[in-house]
Design a protein around this ligand. Sequence first.
Ligand SMILES: C[S@@+](CC[C@H](N)C(=O)[O-])C[C@H]1O[C@@H](n2cnc3c(N)ncnc32)[C@H](O)[C@@H]1O
Length: 239
Amino acid sequence: MMSEKSAEQRPTLEQTISLGHRRLHPLLRDSYYLSLIERRKRFAEAVKQVPGNSLRVLDVGGRIQPYRPLLDGRLEAYIAVDLQRTELVDVLAVGERLPFAEGVFDVVLCSQMLCYAEDAPKVIDEIYSVLRPGGALLLSVPAILPYHAENDRWRFSPGALRLLLSRFSRVDVSPEGYSLLGACHVVAHFVDSFGENTLLQRLVHFTLIPLINLVGKRFDNWSRPDTSLSNSFFAFARK
Ligand SMILES: C[S@@+](CC[C@H](N)C(=O)[O-])C[C@H]1O[C@@H](n2cnc3c(N)ncnc32)[C@H](O)[C@@H]1O
């Protein structure tokens, strides 16, 4: 049972929506800016490829739902599963055991969650099962990203993604940015750790990080098509 303390700490609906908004529209001073702007592009392109205007969507790891607004006006249902509770979570469960019948969803979103799973192949098996034939999985996974938590367990190359998704009938894997963007993101992440909660960190947020982000965004095309340092990969897979 959740303690009173942790219940108090649970973010309000407004705070969670605002966090999602900041992931969809990150500030230039955000050390995740480069990753997030690329991820938004991939999700926005992918949802355009999904037909239909009354979609049943499942978000696995859907505590924050940054990409839900991209489906506005096209939803019959949007169900969020997560092992952490927020006001946006409908079902408290793990991706390794999705409590739904076979083939009930048109679309599954799974963004930056698979790296935390104890059993990533099992999560993909469960997603495959709950998707209807022809349904789509929109999956974003980290490849080169500083690890940041004890349960941050896995990184995925394009080859690993194709292997995990080999049961799907069509799989398109694309990088979320090329190598220069990836390198800049890692540097931004590193300098962000300078002097936690100090004047130095504020200074870094308003000077160095925006500068690194601008360089990564402006010049990433120079590193194209190299993806060896890409931070994350995106997969669009059809059942
Ligand atoms: C980095 S957050 C990503 C949130 C959001 N999808 C996004 O893209 O911003 C990862 C989420 O996955 C959830 N998560 C981690 N392991 C999980 C599991 N095995 N089953 C379900 N959710 C899990 C975490 O609680 C967290 O909310």
